[in-house]
Design a protein around this ligand. Sequence first.
Ligand code: ZN
Length: 217
Amino acid sequence: MSVTSELRRTVADLHRELTKYELVIWTAGNVSARVPGQDLMVIKPSGVSYDDLGPDAMVVTDLHGKLVEGEYAPSSDTAAHAYVYRHMPEVNGVVHTHSPYATAWAARGEPIPCVLTMIADEFGGEIPVGPFALIGDDSIGKGIVETLRTSRSTAVLMRNHGPFTVGATPRAAVKSAVMLEDVARTVHFALQLGKAEPIEQEHVDRLYQRYQNVYGQ
Ligand SMILES: [Zn+2]
């Protein structure tokens, strides 16, 4: 099996996680993966139903969004994914959804404060808001990269739009999208009851270091 056909399967399987965790509706949302060692990525096609997103439906583009392999047009968010891969060499997976709780924070233009150990663990601090950007050029990609560079977070809430997440692997980017929606919901609930208590920076740092370096298998 070629590298891209294996990666098409991985990316197709990861799209199932978006529906499983109810992060997407209709044809919205997308996952992409960098093809290791090549200036290529695998991404979801545009406007294809989640039921039909098998490995063969995935498309391969270059890192400027030009179609290289595949029967469909690439996702309308391809330019944003490509920009991230061009400017963040450590990133090998990108995810975009309009998951409702995270997107509600994006609509308010408000960062999700670091008020849970899970947020410190996974995101290393508050989850930042990126600029308002229109689709069609590099503005979304630029907004994602510039915001993530100022933060340890793997997630950014693009203002009036929704979340983009990144990861060292495509699976890690999907995990970030799933965790993001979970904490966005929980912090929303907390704020319905009153104030949420921030975690001291020193503790945030310790939690983040431990989780990123020690936790897991
Ligand atoms: Zn979108």
